[in-house]
Design a protein around this ligand. Structure first.
Ligand code: SF4
Length: 183
């Protein structure tokens, strides 16, 4: 099986999920969000085709990473390949975060995308909305997106957010920032 990627596996990221992570930048995204940081990843026939065995080898060779993050592009645009990669990463003891422009509820309704969730710890869902953009959010670009605890959500059959990432960062308290939600 092959997967289309926008770039080589990127190690040592501290902004694409908790801890130190290796990021797999997938190619292809149907959402076309206004203000997207990676529009070059939209084209479904762009990037490069990579054999899954080569991705698995790169995962085996990782050192000093807490987990992998499936990003892009929209990883769930290639659900079969991402299922195999997420499953393999978990087998290696790595945590798995996944970013998607789909809503969690939409993912649940699609059999192939739903299967990927079996091997995902945290899903950051929803499109990037420019009008909801904030620099004070944990691991997401706009307020509408959710950092979802996937195993707990599947267990409780409702969306359960990762509590520590549900609020905004209180980095520089300032009266002018009162409209922000500090819990
Ligand atoms: S889902 Fe992500 S990659 Fe796709 S257009 Fe939106 S912000 Fe860009």
């Amino acid at each position: 099986m092959k997967i289309r990627l926008a770039a080589d596996l990127q190690k040592d990221s501290i902004v694409d999920g908790e801890g130190i992570r290796a990021v797999l930048w997938t190619q292809g995204c149907p959402h076309h969000c206004k203000g997207c940081h990676n529009p070059e990843t939209w084209k479904v026939d762009g990037g490069m085709e990579v054999d899954l065995e080569d991705v698995k080898l790169a995962l085996r060779e990782l050192e000093g990473q807490d987990g992998i993050t499936l990003s892009g592009g929209d990883p769930l645009y290639q659900p079969d390949a991402c299922y195999e990669i997420a499953k393999y990463a978990k087998k290696l003891g790595l945590s798995v975060w996944c970013y998607t422009g789909y809503l969690y509820e939409e993912v649940l309704k699609d059999e192939k995308m739903r299967k990927v969730l079996d091997y995902v710890d945290v899903l950051v869902d929803g499109p990037f909305l420019l009008e909801e953009r904030s620099l004070d959010l944990y691991f997401k670009g706009s307020r509408n997106q959710r950092v979802i605890d996937v195993p707990q959500s599947l267990k409780e059959e409702k969306v359960v957010l990762v509590p520590k990432y549900a609020k905004e960062r209180d980095v520089f308290p300032h009266p002018k920032r009162e409209e922000h939600l500090y819990i």
